[in-house]
Design a protein around this ligand. Structure first.
Ligand code: FAD
Length: 361
């Protein structure tokens, strides 16, 4: 790139809710920082969710730090579009220095700097916060015959609305909320078959984001007090019975079949010889943390994720990871949880940078 080298105290990678929450706390520290986001518009992954999606919780249960999400007129549970509008207004309100579109390719150690290589040149940082989410790393299991199947295959990330599937035979794969909601959607216009690896676990009808939040809060309080874990929200089930999923149940389409073993030219097959023809397969099989840009740092692995202590990388202490999942802090990949972990990370990082300044001067 022809851009000159730029120097910052902190570079935040990713301008979704986690990156914005970090920005909210960073702007109160006096540190010189920038947020780099590869999208054209604000809103992070929310701008790509499917049209019928509704939040699990009312607006007042989904706040980022400082300024709560306004209610959406006519909707108890806001749409993804409403969240995008909220995040857009949020970054304007706090005048967060988000640069778009800037794609970060890699981060390297460069002496006392971390060099963030991007589509807009190199940004040198004394510390980096990575908040790139999971949407860019869809996970799909590989099965025999996958190349042979001639029908359409999509992942959750490709799905927007049901019309395209009108009159088709569609297999939806996955036992989580995305699968249940997309099945509910498509089954209004298509002949659907739902396939899950384990029998789906439905939450009671009256459990929504408010109850999940309370359960998780109590669990966190118990953990802090050293009381044995009673099981978190997941002990209630995996699938939240939002209105569209309840409706699918009432229509009798919410029946799960066991996972198939292979794909054929025209559909799915079980090892006992049973086959089912279908026009499309939708893989609602989850996500992984999107961390390829951090590969040069040698972060080490703890199972599927880098070695961390809280939000901080153990092998590269100038790096913090925000969002992604509970491994970066309880509920850190939800709107209401993003603030707490962002605050902890920024506090920690500010102490670190001030210490180093003192030592250096
Ligand atoms: P993202 O929103 O993905 O933001 C990351 C940003 O970084 C994106 O803009 C991305 O394009 C950008 N980026 C990625 N890589 C790079 C790179 N190399 N360089 C520059 N930029 C990059 N949470 C709730 O609180 N309530 C709900 O009801 C709820 N419902 C959900 C429903 C669905 C279907 C899903 C998938 C999630 C839901 N969540 C919900 C969870 C959560 O709030 C989201 O996953 C959230 O979008 C995660 O925010 P984030 O900032 O961590 O990541």
């Amino acid at each position: 790139s022809t851009e000159p080298n730029q120097h910052y105290d902190v570079v935040v990678i990713g301008g979704g809710q986690a990156g914005l929450a970090a920005g909210y706390f960073l702007r109160r520290t006096g540190l010189n920082f920038v947020i780099l986001d590869d999208q054209q518009q604000p809103g992070g992954a929310w701008q790509h969710y499917w049209d019928s999606l509704r939040l699990f919780s009312p607006a007042e249960y989904s706040p980022l730090p400082g300024w709560w999400m306004p209610p959406q007129p006519g909707e108890d549970f806001p749409t993804a579009e409403h969240v995008v509008a909220y995040l857009t207004a949020y970054e304007q309100r706090y005048q967060l220095p988000v640069h778009r579109p800037v794609r970060v390719q890699t981060v390297h150690q460069a002496g006392k700097w971390l060099a963030v290589h991007s589509s807009q040149g190199v940004f040198n940082a004394r510390a980096v916060i990575s908040a790139t989410g999971t949407w860019a790393a869809p996970h799909q299991p590989s099965l025999p015959g996958q190349q042979r199947y001639t029908g359409q295959q999509l992942h959750t990330v490709d799905y927007r609305s049901p019309q395209h599937f009108t009159g088709q035979r569609v297999v939806v794969v996955g036992g989580g909320n995305s699968a249940a909601q997309i099945l509910a959607d498509i089954s209004t216009v298509a002949d659907t078959t739902w396939v899950t690896r384990r029998p789906p676990r439905f939450m009671p009808d009256d459990v929504d984001g408010r109850v999940l939040f309370d359960v998780a809060t109590q669990r966190e309080a118990a953990r802090r007090a050293g009381i044995p874990d009673t099981g978190g929200a997941s002990s209630l089930g995996d699938i939240v019975m939002v209105p569209s999923v309840r409706d699918a149940r009432d229509r009798g389409v919410l029946h799960a079949h066991p996972m198939f073993d292979s794909l054929t030219e025209h559909g799915i097959a079980y090892s006992d010889g049973t086959e089912l023809a279908c026009d499309a397969i939708i893989w609602c099989t989850g996500f992984r943390p999107h961390l390829t840009h951090l590969a040069p740092l040698g972060l080490g692995q703890d199972g599927d994720v880098p070695l961390t202590e809280g939000t901080r990388s153990i092998n590269e202490p100038r790096l913090h990871l925000l969002g992604y999942g509970d491994w970066t802090g309880w509920a850190s990949a939800t709107l209401v949880g993003a603030g707490r972990t962002a605050k902890a990370a920024v506090n920690h990082l500010t102490d670190q940078l001030h210490d180093r300044q003192t030592v250096n001067s």
